[in-house]
Design a protein around this ligand. Structure first.
Ligand code: BES
Ligand code: MN
Ligand code: MN
Length: 463
């Protein structure tokens, strides 16, 4: 297989096209960006067609559309479905960006001597799904496409993929495939390739605590009327005990504990606590007792406040006893926790701990089911061989902490398993200001993907 010349000769254009895509502010969470989200969909569909799809289209859903494209070369060959998302997270806090979030620039750094592209979505997930479009282009151009390919690039991953369950049901036939290939996760480091073998599930809720019917003078009423912000803070603080365990009754009932063997395999994965602290400028970590940092961030469930507000937050001081307090809370889930059940347990518990003087309201947002991939499937083995070819090192299997809600749906609705072959780095600052994606990672991905196609097709024939 020699696509390297093709990739080498077209590298610059591959980067420039990604830069064009990154200029489109396709923020799915904020309706103000609606036109841009739709524009990103159209751009993606056009690029799929140009790259060599027989056809591509923008398919409407209840939410943002899905971009679909395919190239079927022979019905008897395997079909790989590539999934990704063209929507991005909001750029906030905008003042912390060193360059505009939608004005991509290439900057060099110690970690990225070849340069990295700085823009919202550079790594998550525009840069990563676009590697697939370009790898596909190279395979088609050089007559090296070994099997059928379908692309499904969605536009509301960052807001929970709510319309996608229905989409999968409706287009089941069209999406039929043997394996789903996704680059929307990370690897350990530039020289340690890894394959994610799991994703956490999610239950996301918003809470509202109401005290008096209006904001009050905090001198006239303070001390006598229950303050909803004080109360909410206390309620939130009580959700963890001093061992770092979540106190919601029944929360851990379905959690699968890993065997001692699995845990010692995890402990083999290279990890440096000192370096981790330094990167984050923290003087130490703390979490659930009895588990390592890596375990806490992957195989254990969590509860985190994502935002909290209420009362006066403007300039200067205003004396006020607020009427309401709010928080957004996410719980990351692990097998076999069920997000519907966890949302219900949270709601019941939160209502039960509300003291006299306040009313609470819990509104569920989105949910997602945890996912674990088998490491003896041909999908995993093909990814392993592909990464071993381009990195000259066997990749390390690694359970991840993030969530991609559609992956469990792929399995339950389509009956197809996913392989998470991601090329991002933890330092890429996804969801944060100054998100970036190394050109090294981008080109490495483009170089590695065709090997996945090749080995997957070969291994399918043997099976
Ligand atoms: N690509 C991420 C998920 C991810 C990142 C997995 C890094 C593993 C490593 C995805 O775009 C994401 O951010 N998902 C959300 C899901 C949510 C909005 C439903 C998440 O994990 O917060
Ligand atoms: Mn993503
Ligand atoms: Mn994301």
């Amino acid at each position: 297989m020699n696509l390297n010349n093709y990739i080498e000769n077209h590298k610059e254009r591959f980067t420039n096209e990604l830069i064009e895509l990154l200029k489109i502010p396709s923020v799915s969470a904020d309706p103000a960006y609606k036109e841009a989200v739709l524009q990103a969909a159209t751009f993606t569909a056009e690029k799929l067609k140009e790259a060599g799809c027989d056809s591509s289209e923008v398919i409407a859903t209840k939410g943002y559309p899905v971009v679909y494209g395919e190239k079927i070369i022979d019905k008897n060959l395997p079909t790989i479905l590539v999934y990704g998302h063209y929507d991005v997270q909001p750029p906030d806090p905008i003042e912390l960006w060193e360059s505009g979030p939608f004005e991509p620039v290439i900057k060099k750094s110690a970690l990225h001597p070849e340069g990295a592209i700085y823009a919202r979505g550079a790594c998550d997930d525009k840069g990563q799904f676009y590697m697939h479009v370009k790898a596909f282009e190279a395979m088609v151009a050089e007559n090296e496409l070994p099997c059928n390919v379908k692309f499904m690039i969605e536009g509301e991953e960052e807001v929970g993929s709510d319309s996608l369950g229905e989409f999968l049901e409706t287009y089941k036939e069209r999406l039929s495939s043997d394996i789903i290939l996704i680059s929307d996760t990370g690897m350990i480091s530039r020289d340690i390739p890894s394959i994610q073998t799991g994703l956490r599930g999610l239950s996301y809720v918003e809470v509202e605590v109401t005290g008096p019917n209006r904001d009050l003078h905090s001198g006239v009423y303070g001390g006598a009327v229950v303050n909803p912000i004080n109360t909410l803070s206390k309620m939130i603080a009580s959700l963890h005990d001093d061992q770092g365990k979540i106190t919601i009754p029944g929360f851990y009932d379905k959690v699968i504990e890993l065997s001692a063997e699995e845990r010692s395999a995890m402990a083999e994965v290279p990890f440096d606590q000192e370096e981790y602290n330094q990167h984050l400028e923290i003087d130490g970590v703390n979490g659930e007792k009895g588990y390592s940092t890596t375990e806490r961030a992957s195989i254990r469930p969590t509860l985190d406040v994502n935002g909290i507000w209420g009362g006066y937050i403007g300039e200067g001081a205003k004396t006020v006893l607020p009427s309401k307090a709010y928080a957004k809370i996410s719980m990351r889930l692990v097998p076999d926790q069920d997000h519907h059940k966890i949302t219900r347990l949270f709601t019941e518990h939160f209502e039960a701990i509300a003291p006299v003087g306040v009313k609470v309201k819990v509104t569920p947002h989105h949910g997602g089911t945890p996912y674990v991939t088998p490491i003896d499937s041909i999908g995993y083995l093909a990814a392993e061989k592909a990464l071993e070819t381009t990195f000259q090192k066997k990749p390390v299997p690694q359970r991840g902490g993030g969530s991609i809600p559609i992956v469990a749906l792929f399995e339950s609705v389509l009956g197809v398993k996913s392989v998470l072959m991601g090329f991002g780095l933890d330092s890429d600052a996804i969801h944060s200001p100054n998100e970036h994606y190394g050109l090294f990672n981008y080109y490495k991905g483009i170089e590695t993907i065709p090997y996945f196609f090749k080995y997957y097709t070969e291994l399918s024939k043997e099976a």
